[in-house]
Structure formats: C-alpha cells, structure tokens
Write a protein that binds this ligand. Structure first.
Ligand code: SAM
Length: 284
C-alpha cells in the first residue's frame, strides 16, 4: 500500500509509466512520484523493474504482467482499480505498449470504463527521431519486422510506397539481415542507424541505405547493442516538405510542361529533377 501517506493519494486508475531506455537519469520526476505513491506496481519483469525501483529507493513487491498473461492479469488490475487502488504499470525499459506489453492491459482497463493515465518519458523511437535529422514531415513506426524472411519481405513491401519515414526496432543478432532486406526492397533512400541510445556507446549514423550492410559489417562494434532503424522518406516526399521547392515548382508548372518545369525548378532549388518531376505529376 501507499508508503508515503503524507502525500495526496493518487486517484484510482491505471498509470502507464515510462522508464529509462539505458540512462537512469532519464526517469522523470512524475514517474518516480507515481511509482512511490501507487498502491501497486505491476511489471513486465519483476526482477528487472525491482532493481530499477530499488535504485531510486522504492521498495515494493511487484505484480507480474507479461504478454502471455496480460488478459487474465487485466481482470485483476480492473478489480484493484475498482476497489480504489492506483495501479502503476512498467515494462522493462521505455514506454509500455510501444513494442512492449501493456496494450491489451490498457484496452481492457479502458473498456471497463476506468481511467488510464499516461506518465510519459523515454521511448527509443522518439529519441531516435529527435536526433535523426529528418525533414519535418510524417513518419510511420512499425516496431519489429517479422524474423521470418517471407513475412518480413511482405511487411516491407506493404510500406514501400508510403511517402513517409519508416521506423523499425531491431536486435543486434538480426540487424544485418534486416538492413539487407530494407536495402533490397526500398533501395535509394537515406538511413539513420541509432544504436545504444542514452548509453555509453550511443551512435547515430546516417548513410545511403544501399551502403548500410557494408558499413555495418566493416566493424564488429557497429552491430552491438540495440537499434532504432530510421529509413528516411523517398526523395520526392522530402521535396514535398520543402516549401521553397513547392513554391518554385508551382509557378513554373503553371506555365510549362512538367519535364521543363522540373528541370528549371531543379536548377533554382538544388533538388533533383527526378523528385521535382514526381511532384509535378502528383499535382496534375
Ligand atoms: N518500450 C520500448 C520503447 O519505448 O522504446 C521498446 C521496447 S522493445 C522490446 C526493445 C527495442 O527497442 C530494442 O530491440 C531496440 O530496437 C529498441 N531500443 C530500446 N532501447 C534502445 C536504446 N537504448 N537504443 C536503441 N534502441 C533501443
């Protein structure tokens, strides 16, 4: 039960609490306060989260909620909240329900008409995107691709024509084959590999996707650790996010045939003729 009785009690709800993805300094004040005050803390792995809580001087017995028992565990959590408890949920690292258990629990608690409160914090996808240097514009978070070659290929193909950045999670033992599959199916795009974010060996490296396997395999250290893989948008989509290129192209395309408009716009803006030509076709 609440071990800080002098604090205002947390209202009954499920609190979805983000924890660090490496650097413990990334825990938020609100996460600590919520974990301290919660009547119960449930965790993906009670050993992992027990150590994290102990590091911050929080000593509580933890309930286990893993992917395989999430549905049944949700019934218990619902009963606890209905009895007036504040229940916090943490996954091993980062934000629960983002390529982690928690989504089914959240859905069940909401379906029962009970409150779910996000306590935001670290998440590898957001950390990677904040430093990848993408042009402003939409992106799609896919999480882990299938480990099976056929299914993985189908997943990548279903994403290939989208004019957005694509973001994946990957483990070290599969990074090379995943990047090889992305290069084979997505071809001429830029890639940012964000490795070991917030940790000692953090690296962010941007290079053409087609060169990435050679770069990764050139040094064993480059394939160690955890990865966020960011495939930049197709060039035409990046140009579409460039207001100056759009303005120039609009003026020229109103007076000239598409090929000539694209050629002149490329000279004026420094973008490629091919990407500008694609844009004129889209606007026809
Ligand atoms: N819930 C977490 C989040 O909010 O980011 C993700 C958990 S998922 C099981 C683990 C994957 O996230 C790793 O395989 C890796 O792709 C990515 N990841 C987690 N921590 C990372 C880090 N420090 N640097 C790079 N990628 C990381």
């Amino acid at each position: 039960m609440n071990d800080t009785p002098h604090h205002t009690r947390l209202p009954p709800a499920l609190y979805v609490v983000a924890t660090p993805i490496g650097n413990l300094g990334d825990i938020t004040l609100r996460a600590l306060e919520t974990l301290k005050q919660a009547d119960r803390v449930a965790a993906e792995d009670t050993r992992v989260s027990g150590q994290l809580l102990a590091h911050f001087g929080i000593h509580k017995s933890l309930a286990s909620i893993r992917e395989h028992n999430e549905r049944e565990a949700a019934d218990k959590v619902i009963a606890w909240i209905m009895a007036g408890e504040a229940v916090a949920y943490v996954s091993d690292a980062g934000t629960p329900a983002i390529s982690d258990p928690g989504a089914r629990l959240v859905a069940a608690v909401r379906a029962a008409g009970l409150a779910v409160v996000p306590i935001p914090g670290a998440s590898a996808v957001v950390a990677a995107l904040s430093a990848a240097g993408l042009a402003p514009g939409p992106w799609l978070f896919h999480g882990f691709l299938s480990p099976k070659a056929g299914a993985r290929e189908a997943e990548i193909k279903s994403l290939a024509s989208l004019p957005v950045a694509l973001v994946f999670y990957e483990a070290p033992h599969r990074i090379v084959e995943t990047v090889a599959a992305l290069a084979a199916l997505l071809g001429d795009r830029e890639l940012t590999l964000a490795r070991e974010l917030t940790k000692k060996f953090e690296t962010l490296h941007t290079l053409p996707l087609v060169d990435a396997v050679a770069w990764l395999t050139a040094d064993a250290n480059r394939v160690r650790g955890e990865f966020v893989v960011v495939v930049h948008p197709p060039a035409a989509a990046e140009a579409a996010g460039d207001p100056e290129a759009l303005r120039v192209l609009d003026i020229l395309a109103a007076e000239l045939p598409p090929t000539l408009a694209a050629k002149l716009a490329a000279k004026i803006t420094g973008r490629t003729k091919a990407e500008l030509y694609q844009m004129t076709l889209k606007n026809l």
